[in-house]
Design a protein. Structure first.
Length: 405
């Protein structure tokens, strides 16, 4: 099972989206590892043995790499099987440009003619009213703002026009060219994008392009699973969560109530029901998309799921998310303290000796501190009573549980 993992600004994680990836070739290929990691998406590579309808059908989406239809001999030999996958209900999307001079107009379910024209930098576009731009992120023309995609990382070898079988999803305002098109085919859907998305995410690393990549891959899955709760907070897999953390999520469409299950055993949370909660804590009939679980166990990984109750009374079982609660305390390395300042110091005493392990290295007394001169710190003794202080400047802000000096 392939999972979304945490991303920086959007919690599309924890979704059981199964992504297949057809690799490309050449100098522009090979960006997928970095791009998918930045998008927080895991994938499986489809190799030469994977081009059977039975294998392809396990994927919710198949993404095609840069110039894969040019340099991937297995894809070129089996593109009809890939198109049959779409016809049977699958979703196929090109994630980067394809080579015009080796393009076969039969590669996709409907013909497209490619030209050797590039647009080197992002610029004004218009967007169709399509769910691709709403699930899971809201994509606007700002995601294609001038210069955002990086130099020579925007559009290559695309179409100048397409037949009525295709719906134009993204249009370049200047030339009127269709940058991204989509079409239903049988029970499935195919998107052809000549945008250099994988390369831009890898090189420019702008969040706006990362969000577009997330949508390219996952919009159809989210759109066809609208009743499912999504966007959990804390994010799926998040660590160092406060033990007083309230849980929240974005509810599905047409949802009237929520059932929340939470516990420290994955199987209990996965298998729990309202009538058989097993070891999970259950809260039912919530009319808000948040839940206060009370004090959470420190240092424990907590699993939780939200089942959505639709207006029709149908219950949509949610995905399993997890987070790990902060430890009671972590010992900070001495390097975390950048400066030690004291009101004064007696002769032979240094305030830095309170943090640099001086006086605790005697092997005869491993659990004790020396009381010898110079093995600790003392003020001068001439300071105003009740006004003796020592100050520690850290390299960043920490929440201190206790401090022993």
């Amino acid at each position: 099972m392939l999972l979304f993992i945490q991303v920086s600004s959007l919690n599309v994680n924890g979704q059981e989206l199964k992504v297949g990836f057809i690799p490309g070739s050449g100098d522009d290929a090979g960006d997928e590892d970095v791009a998918f990691e930045r998008a927080g998406i895991a994938y499986e590579t489809i190799d030469s043995n994977g081009y059977t309808l039975g294998n392809l059908s396990k994927y919710d989406v198949i993404g095609v790499d840069v110039v894969a239809y040019d340099g991937n001999a297995d894809l070129k030999s089996n593109y009809t099987v890939v198109n049959q996958y779409v016809q049977n209900g699958g979703y196929l999307v090109t994630l980067d440009y394809q080579q015009d001079n080796s393009w076969n107009t039969s590669y996709l379910p409907y013909p497209i003619t490619l030209y050797d024209d590039d647009i080197t930098n992002s610029r004004d576009v218009t967007l169709a009213d399509h769910p691709l731009f709403h699930w899971p992120n809201e994509i606007t023309v700002d995601n294609f703002a001038t210069g955002l995609w990086g130099a020579n990382r925007y559009f290559a070898d695309g179409a100048h026009e397409v037949s009525s079988k295709w719906e134009v999803l993204v249009t370049d305002v200047t030339e009127g060219w269709p940058l991204v098109v989509g079409a239903e085919y049988g029970d499935g859907y195919v998107v052809f994008s000549a945008l250099r998305t994988l390369q831009s995410v890898t090189d420019a690393e702008n969040q706006e392009v990362i969000e577009f990549l997330q949508n390219l891959l996952s919009w159809r899955y989210f759109f066809t699973n609208q009743g499912i709760a999504r966007m959990p907070y804390p994010a799926n897999g998040q660590t160092e969560v406060f033990n007083t953390q309230e849980l929240s999520w974005k509810p599905g469409v047409d949802v009237v109530n929520h059932y929340v299950f939470i516990g420290t055993d994955f199987n209990d949370v996965n298998d729990a029901t309202i009538d058989e909660p097993l070891g999970a804590t259950v809260s039912e009939a919530l009319d808000v998309n948040s839940f206060d679980p009370g004090l959470l166990e420190l240092e424990a990984t907590h699993y939780w799921r939200v089942d959505e109750v639709l207006s029709s009374s149908e219950v949509i079982k949610g995905w399993i998310w997890s987070f790990t609660v902060e430890k009671a305390a972590l010992q900070l390395p001495f390097a975390s303290i950048e400066k030690v300042t004291a009101i004064s110091s007696a002769t032979g005493y240094d305030p830095n000796d309170t943090v640099n392990e001086v006086g605790i290295n005697d092997p005869n007394f491993p659990d004790q501190h020396s009381n010898g001169t110079g093995d600790a710190w003392a003020s001068s003794g001439t300071d105003e009573p009740n006004n003796v202080w020592i100050q520690y400047d850290f390299d960043k802000q920490y929440k201190i549980h206790e401090m022993l000096v």
